[in-house]
Design a protein around this ligand. Structure first.
Ligand code: HDD
Length: 716
């Protein structure tokens, strides 16, 4: 199965399969192709540089319309773009595999994808900020889509989640309004990749139900360090059905093995300019360096009888089910271990539908999910046409047979002249639903009663308890970042009705928060809270709760800053240590090319190192840690170089791990110029310990601990 998924997603030039049985086993994919150019209709191209024209060899005459080769080339170019996604237009992803550890979930579901531990289900995941257009930068402040496609023998399961467990709105009918307010404003198409504008804050200020989600987006969750270091959530409440026909409510969780880590805001702002593709490069780099990112997969389950036992409605997508109340049961894991071959056929054309579930899974009456179930298929038709599920990346890896017909780009040959049911040969008949993997889909026989009306339940009317719970659960530094984020965003709103309304709304969450933000942005600093703070906290809402079991710097990017006269042995030792810890290491020098070591410039036949980049070519923001070796002349040269000095100051301001030896320490002191920051010499000479991106080795001194006391260093 995996082979086909692989084949199905490879950019294929020739795919042959037995159309009659749709038997996919004998799929052959020949991507070898000829290196010579042909037209799309297979004719070999004699010349791709000159349009056929009338000419005496000297002067060019008119081009000839008969040149079907040149015309085709221009036609294809003119029609390359398809409608970008109306939200989540920017995105990137990879292929991987999913497996469950055991059949523990069979209490709740008969779906083999969640209960059969012998399976290794091919998956494809696309991560995506929501607001920006397809060409917007990666490290914007935004929610990140976390869309998973499972290619199972029972059909495709699309779990279309986000990296934040709640959403802005409760009822799907508000989605067009929400997106209109979120996206660039219609009169000037500003801003790109930002929520910092009047319309967004006007809308959420008038929609208290969005308060909880807005707090999450304004927290460090809104600026993930990496797609590999963020959680994923199914967000909506789905259902599971077990083989006794019992139904359970379920929420899905994806927990990154590397832990949850974020950028600091100043860093995110700068990376958007320095490397707008930071997150997508980071994902590919990790996979290509043999460090495929891994997540564990968990479920929260509530029995039907317990549905109303909570002070919130469990079908309300603006609410979490606190893990302290409903534990997350880890049932499996997944890894992303293959990068895409080509963006358009795999990432631009991948399409997800929340309505695509496999037997054993179902939908709750969550009003957001029910609306989503309509929207996704509709939007795929608009983007890709009615036969979008025949595109290799979207194609199921199990047999397909039905009476759906024709429509643009229908390439399936059903070889079935009885394209209706019932028919005299009972061809294409329904498959009796039963609670096994071979049965037809089981619709849960749920009893529903009520009257037709446009309402939401009483518990849907409460909007601040969980926003308070989230705020209370943040660590002090997380709270500080959140307050600064609100202040940044509302400072970009120039209509005072907007920022005054929102600072007033913050009184419902926390008085300090409301006062500080109001003072920063010119709102009315409140004297009292709009409601008491219940003071509850849920530790699992802080991202610090999700640290890896064992500290690791695996896949972290470490820059080694050198100038002519550096200590060669130290650099080579550090490179070895970092490689052992599976971190990636980059030499940054005065030039990209040979940099002379200390012994070499002192006339002894010494070694040189080739720098990967020069000081101006990269920035500290693109690295997690910096190491500066010893060497008097090298340290002196660094001290004289403003850009190298800024590297250290900026990294210090971003609380990065910085380490140095000997004269390198003097350079750090010179760069940081904060006498109160005491360079602590690590006493463990020669020992290498690494934790959370902090590299402390041997007699090197480490500044990162000191940097923690600063959220912004001297240069910010
Ligand atoms: Fe959505 C895309 C996630 C609410 C309608 N959504 C889209 C994508 C993600 C999400 C990750 C990008 C998928 C991809 O990579 O192709 N959306 C969510 C989550 C939501 C949510 C987690 C709240 C729980 N979405 C939501 C609502 C509606 C939509 C309420 C409409 C009623 N979403 C869409 C869409 C998109 C989409 C318009 C645009 C592109 C696409 O579907 O394929 O149908």
């Amino acid at each position: 199965m995996a082979a086909f998924a692989q084949a199905a997603t490879k950019a294929v030039s020739k795919v042959t399969y037995d159309a009659k049985t749709s038997d996919l086993k004998n799929v052959t994919v020949d991507c070898s192709g000829d290196t010579g150019l042909t037209t799309d209709h297979g004719v070999k191209i004699p010349d791709t540089d000159n349009w056929l024209k009338i000419s005496d060899g000297e002067h060019s005459g008119p081009l000839l319309l008969e040149d079907q080769i040149s015309r085709e080339k221009l036609h294809r170019f003119d029609h390359e773009r398809i409608p970008e996604r109306v939200v989540h237009a920017r995105g990137f992803g990879a292929h991987g595999h999913f497996k469950v550890y055991d059949d523990s979930a069979s209490k709740f579901t008969f779906a083999p994808v969640l209960t059969d531990s012998t399976r290794n289900t091919p998956i494809f995941i696309r991560f995506s900020p929501a607001q920006g257009s397809r060409g917007s930068p990666d490290t914007v402040r935004d929610v990140r889509g976390f869309a998973m496609k499972f290619y199972t023998p029972e059909g495709i399961w699309d779990l279309v989640g986000n990296d934040i467990p709640v959403f802005f709105i409760q009822d799907a009918v508000k989605f067009p309004d929400f997106v209109h307010a979120l996206k660039p404003e219609p009169h000037n198409e500003v801003p790109q990749g930002q929520t910092a504008h009047n319309n967004f804050w006007d809308f959420v200020g008038l929609m208290p139900e969005s308060a909880h989600m807005v707090c999450w987006v304004m927290s460090d969750r809104g600026i993930p360090r990496s797609y590999r270091m963020m959680q994923g959530f199914g967000v909506n409440t789905f259902t599971l059905i077990n083989d006794q026909g019992e139904q359970f409510f379920v929420k899905f969780h994806m927990i990154p093995e590397l832990g949850v880590h974020s950028l600091v805001w100043d860093e995110a702002l700068k990376i958007n300019g320095e490397d707008p593709d930071f997150h997508r490069k980071d994902l590919n780099e990790a996979i290509e360096n043999g460090c495929p990112p891994k997540w564990t997969f968990g479920i929260q389950v509530i029995e039907e009888k317990d549905e109303h036992n909570f002070d919130f409605d469990i079908l309300d997508a603006t609410k979490v089910w606190p893990e302290e109340l409903v534990p997350v049961q880890i049932i499996g894991e997944f890894v992303l271990d293959r990068t895409v071959d080509e963006v358009f056929p795999e990432l631009e054309q991948v399409a997800f539908c929340t309505s695509h579930v496999v037997p054993g899974l179902g939908f709750s009456d969550d009003p957001l999910l029910q609306g989503r179930n309509f929207s996704y298929f509709d939007t795929q038709i608009n983007r890709l046409g009615i036969n979008w599920e025949q595109l290799p990346i979207n194609r199921p890896t199990c047999p397909i047979f039905n009476h759906n017909r024709d429509g643009a780009m229908d390439s399936r040959i059903n070889a079935n002249e009885l394209n209706y049911y019932p028919n005299r040969e009972n061809r294409g008949h329904p498959i009796a639903p039963n609670r096994t993997s071979g049965g037809g889909y089981v619709d849960f026989q749920e009893k529903v009663q009520g009257i037709k009306q446009r309402v939401r339940g009483a518990k849907f009317q409460e909007h601040f308890n969980q926003a308070q719970l989230f705020y209370n659960s943040l660590k002090p530094h997380e709270k500080g970042h959140l307050i600064r984020a609100f202040s940044f965003e509302l400072d970009h709103c120039d209509d005072e009705r907007v920022y005054k309304t929102y600072t007033e709304l913050l009184r419902n969450i926390d008085l300090d928060l409301a006062k500080t933000v109001a003072e920063n942005v010119g709102g009315i600093a409140p004297e009292s809270p709009a409601r008491p703070n219940h003071g509850k906290i849920a530790p699992s809402l802080s991202q610090d709760y999700f640290m890896p079991p064992a500290p690791t710097i695996a896949t972290r990017r470490v820059a080694i800053l050198i100038a002519d006269g550096f200590n060669y042995a130290e650099v080579q030792t550090m490179r070895g240590l970092l490689a052992m810890a599976k971190a990636t290491c980059w030499i940054i020098g005065p030039r990209r090319g040979e940099v002379k070591s200390e012994s070499q410039i002192s006339g002894v036949e010494g070694m040189t190192i080739n720098a990967d980049h020069h000081y101006e070519g990269q920035r500290s923001t693109l690295f997690d840690a910096i190491f500066v070796p010893s060497g008097p002349k090298h340290a002196e040269a660094l001290m004289k170089n403003g850009r190298a000095t800024h590297w250290i100051r900026e990294a210090f301001g971003h609380c990065k791990a910085i380490s140095a030896i000997g004269e390198g320490v003097a350079f750090l002191k010179h760069a940081i110029q904060l006498p109160e920051v005491d360079l602590e010499l690590n006493p463990d000479v020669g020992k290498v310990s690494t934790s959370y991106g902090v590299v402390t080795t041997g007699k090197y001194s480490v500044l990162s601990a000191a940097a923690e006391t600063f959220t912004f260093g001297p240069n910010d």
